[in-house]
Write a protein that binds this ligand. Structure first.
Ligand code: CP
Ligand code: NVA
Length: 330
């Protein structure tokens, strides 16, 4: 498998074999790390990390993965650089790729990371855009593989806003890996029709199917992986909370839904999660709308069904695999 020089912009760009290769490579790196085996294979290289939105997992994963591989990294946050204010994305790409061996970008439109890649002479990695979150879903499927021992043939249901970055990327990776994908939410949160058609075609080739349903009982039936995400994403307007709470509360993951799904179900969430009101935004929502738990109840989040912290750890191993595969010299 040769991925040298490739960008990692969206899961659609990668074949089934390439995705499975990256998951297995991540597992190898994870085993090395657990056994204390140093592996500074990319010694001397450097990565630029552009974050136009906040991050805990993605930023820390890139930084630790860089350090483990022997690379340096520079964090460029929402303020403090010229990006977007005095300098275009095209110029930024050409400057950074003359200094660095790879560029990570987290921000708004997918068109921005695509533009960065167009003008960059080094690999560009998507650390989350409004439309996709490809490094997250690699970690999700590493977690799934570790838990079940296999991937193909599983039933996966996403509850919540299925039109945004997580819903899109999960639908694509499920289609590519032969996993039956169901988006369970009100119709207005169904994913973009064009992407659904594309995924349905891919799913057919891999003997699985894509289902969109408003019916919770259909969503939970025989489900092996229940996934949800926040109801209002970064960059979306705070005024959306009221409508989202009204629309999506029937799709909240609670113990009743867990019990109605298959006997070996697991719960996953990309995090951060509003499973209680112990954060600033969580408290504001509680004060304003009287809702203390949103997309998942605290009971499910803290239960043995929940694999969210293994999933979070796997962000680092999978991001490391992506950088290694795209940067390692022959
Ligand atoms: N899941 C995820 O991308 O988390 P961060 O926003 O903390 O990076
Ligand atoms: N949909 C969320 C994912 C966070 C990892 C967001 O974009 O804020």
């Amino acid at each position: 498998m040769n991925l040298k020089g490739r960008n990692f912009l969206k899961i659609l760009d990668y074949s089934t074999e390439e995705i499975l290769y990256l998951i297995d490579l991540a597992l190898e790196f994870k085993n090395k790390k657990k056994n204390g085996i140093l592996h500074k294979e990319l010694n001397g290289k450097n990565i630029a990390l552009i974050f136009e939105k906040d991050s805990t997992r993605t930023r820390c994963s890139f930084e630790v993965a860089c350090s483990d591989l022997g690379m340096g990294s520079t964090y460029l946050g929402p303020t403090g650089s010229q990006i977007g204010k005095k300098e275009t994305i095209a110029d930024t790409a050409r400057v950074l790729s003359s200094i660095y061996d790879g560029i990570e970008y987290r921000g708004f439109g997918q068109d921005i990371v695509e533009e960065l890649a167009k003008y960059s002479s080094v690999p560009v990695y998507n650390g989350l855009t409004n439309e996709s979150h490809p490094t997250q879903v690699l970690a999700d499927f590493l977690t799934i593989k570790e838990h079940f021992g296999y991937i193909k043939g599983l039933n996966f249901t996403y509850f919540g806003d299925a039109r945004y970055n997580m819903g899109n990327s999960l639908m694509v990776i499920c289609a590519k890996l032969g996993v039956n994908y169901t988006a369970c939410c009100p119709k207005k949160y169904f994913p973009n029709e064009e992407l659904v058609l594309k995924c349905t075609e891919i799913a057919k080739e891999n003997n699985c199917k894509i289902t969109l349903t408003e019916d919770v009982s259909e969503g939970v039936k025989d489900c092996n992986v229940i996934y949800t995400d926040v109801w209002v994403s970064m960059g979306e307007d705070d005024s959306l909370w009221k409508e989202r709470i009204n629309d999506l509360m029937p799709y909240q993951i609670n113990m009743e839904k867990i019990k109605q799904s298959s006997s070996n179900v697991i719960f996953l969430h990309c995090l951060p999660s509003f499973h209680n009101a112990d954060t600033k935004i969580g408290k504001d929502i509680l004060d304003k709308f009287g809702v203390g738990e949103m997309e998942v109840t605290d009971e499910v989040f803290e239960s043995s069904y929940s694999k969210v912290f293994l999933e979070a750890e796997n962000r680092m191993h999978t991001i490391k695999a992506v950088m290694y595969a795209t940067l390692k010299d022959e």
